[in-house]
Structures are given as structure tokens and as C-alpha cells.
Design a binder for this molecule. Structure first.
Ligand SMILES: C[S@@+](CC[C@H](N)C(=O)[O-])C[C@H]1O[C@@H](n2cnc3c(N)ncnc32)[C@H](O)[C@@H]1O
Length: 211
């Protein structure tokens, strides 16, 4: 009888993970003067550049794709940034509600999320009611939610959602507006860098948690 084929190991089964259930204390994972959270860092350019641009910040990335979470976390390690900056292979929709640092996060970044247009893909969307509720809980008073996209209808959707959310006030260039002309964080995401190269317009917006 022929031998059973040996099952192939799941790719990136060694991806960095957070606890599968229960509370998650980000302060037990990264050290720094304040906490910043990036949802969906993808290839991680922003996380890596931000760790350098803000050397006092403690940073956590939540990336659903194991491959990229693994590669980004390894890159942070190779650059000796991993005491302060980590990237985990996690679905932010599962993890955000379990983070215990209510009122303890200074900034949340969401760069170019939700590239799905079809109605049947709506359940995959990151930016929505749950995301805003959890960000509002996690941010410190005056803490910032920064979002950017090159998809005009998503930009309208995010701006409308942020403006309609009572916990936030717009913190853009002009009073009463959330829109920023430039990214003020000294770091660019991969997609942002590509949009810049291709000359694609990007809509950037910032909301601040009301005191
Ligand atoms: C269009 S890409 C943008 C990547 C990166 N932010 C950039 O600007 O280059 C969206 C990213 O969000 C990640 N993502 C989608 N849903 C997610 C979720 N529920 N939790 C964490 N990451 C998610 C995707 O895997 C992907 O890396």
C-alpha cells in the first residue's frame, strides 16, 4: 500500500499571534511613552517608518494576512525595533474588542482599507460601526484616528461616518473639517507611496476623541 502523503505545513504557521481569546493588554507587549495602533499594515512600510519617526511611541500592527504579519514583524526585529513595535497576524475585528487599554491609545491609523466593492463582501469591511466604537473606547481624550484612501466613495463614507460619530470631532487643516492635505506622521504606507508615485489623489482625514 502506498504511503499517505505527508501533509504540507500551513504557510506561515509560525506567524506572530496574540492570545486566541480573553483580554489583551498592549502594554504587556510593547514598551513606549504612548501607544499607537495600525489596522491592516499590509507590507508594513508605515509601521517601520513610524517606529523610526516616533522613537518614543509603542506601536502595534494588526494584519489579517499571516504572510505579511510575519514578514513585517521579522523586519521590525531585524531593525531592533521589536521591543516597541510588533505586528501580529490577527483579524482586527476579533482583537479590537479584547484590547483592555481603554483610553490608553494615542493614535489609530487606518491606511487604504477595504478594497472590496461588492455587496457580498461587505462583511469583510474593517471600517464600520464596530471599528469606530472600539477606536472611541481605546483612544485617550484628544487621541487621533487617522484614515486615508485613494477611493473617493470610501473617503466620503469614512468622513461621513467620523463626522456623525459623537465621540469624535474633526481635526483637519480647517476648523470643522477632518480633511488634511498632507500626512503629518513622518511615515508613508506602501499604497500611499505608490499613489504618490502614480500621482493618484489621496483623501486624508483625522478625527480627535473629544475630551
Ligand atoms: C488595501 S491593503 C492596504 C495595506 C496598507 N495599509 C497600505 O496602505 O499599503 C488593506 C490591508 O488590510 C488588511 N486587512 C483587511 N481586513 C483586515 C482585518 N479584518 N484585520 C486586519 N487586517 C485586515 C489586508 O490584509 C491588507 O493588508
Amino acid at each position: 500500500m502506498a504511503d499517505e502523503p505527508t501533509p504540507k505545513p500551513r504557510p506561515y504557521s509560525h506567524a506572530p499571534r496574540l492570545s486566541a481569546d480573553g483580554p489583551i493588554d498592549l502594554r504587556a507587549i510593547v514598551e513606549g511613552a504612548w501607544l499607537e495602533l495600525e489596522v491592516g499594515p499590509g507590507r508594513g512600510r508605515f509601521l517601520l517608518e513610524r517606529a523610526v519617526a516616533a522613537p518614543e511611541a509603542a506601536l502595534v500592527g494588526l494584519e489579517i494576512r499571516r504572510k505579511w504579519a510575519t514578514i513585517v514583524d521579522e523586519r521590525l526585529g531585524k531593525r531592533l525595533l521589536n521591543a516597541r513595535a510588533r505586528c501580529f497576524a490577527e483579524d482586527a475585528r476579533d482583537v479590537l474588542p479584547r484590547i483592555t487599554n481603554s483610553g490608553g491609545v494615542r493614535r489609530v491609523f487606518l491606511h487604504f482599507p477595504d478594497p472590496w466593492w461588492k455587496k457580498r463582501h461587505e462583511k469583510r469591511l474593517v471600517m464600520g460601526e464596530l471599528f469606530l466604537t472600539e477606536v472611541a473606547r481605546l483612544l485617550e481624550p484628544g487621541g487621533e484616528l487617522y484614515m486615508q484612501t485613494d477611493v473617493p466613495f470610501r473617503a466620503d463614507q469614512y468622513e461621513h461616518a467620523g463626522l456623525g460619530y459623537n465621540a469624535f470631532e474633526p481635526a483637519g487643516d480647517d476648523a470643522g473639517s477632518a480633511i488634511l492635505a498632507l500626512n503629518p506622521y513622518g511615515a508613508r504606507s506602501d499604497r500611499e507611496a505608490r499613489a504618490d508615485t502614480d500621482g493618484l489623489p489621496v483623501t486624508r482625514m483625522r478625527f480627535r476623541k473629544k475630551a
